[in-house]
Design a protein around this ligand. Structure first.
Ligand code: FAD
Length: 308
């Protein structure tokens, strides 16, 4: 149990703390390290900078857990505006979008989320880029994979995400490792019960390697989302063993975390995609990432102390 968890979650709900954190100059810098800003222009400016550094990008408009359809519509409109801008500014071949289905109505109605995701995919296609569906807590996994299946009938390039902390994930990895299938593998960021997820980090890491092997052995396009230096090394080794060349898979890391490692991998010829969150809802994003799991708290605290 993370001793900071309840404190951080209480802070996340407290309006006065939120105002202080949001306006203090020091925390503005901290926030800006992990979040591109609040507007489409902020997101585009950060994307341009990363692209100029030889990186690729996936953008996340912050606004998960939507429980009203007006908010879901606002999220869809924000993605449509962003995709237009990426196209207009010549960035769409290097920057895609990541979408949380809960932000476009999944908690209200699966069909609404599917229809909203379709609108975003249509706009991505027109802009000349792709969409990845983020994976959220385990109660949404089947629904998210159902929606993925529907979207892929029209847009086979829609990216899936699987989480190595779930017991089910090796099966999902094997099933998803088909030709043309873009699959992001991450450890998983939600607090999950032992009935569905490995409680021990060592088990989560071993599962990550098993799933990575399954993806590399298949015909799809694996996207390895981790900052873990050990896993990055193992991926390099396994990719070579499977005869995978740079460009037939990619590395993904969060904006602001291990930026020098991102550049190092890119300079070695790898595709490195930086996950860039932006939007007015950044406060909840930061607080939840810290509170969700013990590893995430230390992960962000460590990141504040070192940029390497
Ligand atoms: C691109 C991307 C997309 C994601 N999408 C999703 C998603 O859709 N669904 C979901 O549930 N989760 C998602 N996640 C979050 C993910 O599941 C993990 O919670 C998060 O990435 C932390 O796990 P980690 O693999 O980086 O390893 P951790 O176990 O957090 O860290 C492992 C090791 O990495 C190293 N490390 C970490 N940070 C630093 C640092 N700042 N400096 C130096 N070393 C460091 C340390 O050696 C540390 O021990 C995503 C993550 C990324 C990167």
């Amino acid at each position: 149990m993370n001793p900071l968890r309840s404190l951080i979650l209480a802070a996340a709900r407290n309006g006065s703390i939120r105002r202080v954190v949001a306006t203090a100059p020091v925390s503005r810098d901290v926030v800006r390290r992990f979040v591109a800003g609040e507007t489409t222009s902020d997101a585009v400016a950060v994307t341009r900078r990363l692209v100029e550094d030889g990186l690729t990008v996936t953008l996340d408009y912050l606004g998960e857990d939507t429980t009203d359809s007006a908010q879901a519509e606002h999220t869809v409109q924000s993605y449509l505006e962003l995709l237009d801008r990426l196209h207009a500014e010549g960035l769409a071949d290097r920057a895609e979008v990541s979408v949380k289905l809960s932000a476009v109505g999944q908690m209200l109605d699966e069909d609404l989320a599917l229809e909203n995701a379709r609108r975003i995919c249509r706009a991505a296609e027109a802009a000349g880029t792709t969409v990845t569906l983020d994976m959220e807590d385990h109660t949404t996994t089947d629904s998210t994979l159902r929606i993925l299946g529907e979207l892929r009938k029209t847009w086979p390039w829609v990216g899936a995400v699987i989480q190595s902390y779930l017991h089910r994930t090796l099966d999902d990895a094997e099933r998803l490792a088909a030709e043309g299938s873009r699959v992001r593998l991450c450890k998983g960021a939600y607090k999950e019960p032992e009935s569905v997820a490995y409680p021990e980090m060592t088990e989560v890491d071993k599962s990550y390697v098993r799933c990575a092997n399954a993806l590399l052995a298949g015909d799809g396009y694996p996207m390895f989302a981790t900052h873990d230096p050990r896993l990055v090394r193992i991926i390099a080794e396994r990719a070579e063993a499977h005869g995978r060349k740079p460009g037939s898979f990619e590395h993904q890391m969060l904006y602001g975390i291990r930026p020098e490692e991102q550049l190092r991998l890119a300079q070695q010829g790898h595709t490195v995609r930086v996950y860039v969150p932006y939007g007015e809802e950044w406060y909840g994003y930061l607080m939840r990432r810290m509170a969700e799991r013990p590893a995430n708290t230390t992960f962000f605290l460590r990141a504040l102390l070192t940029r390497s």
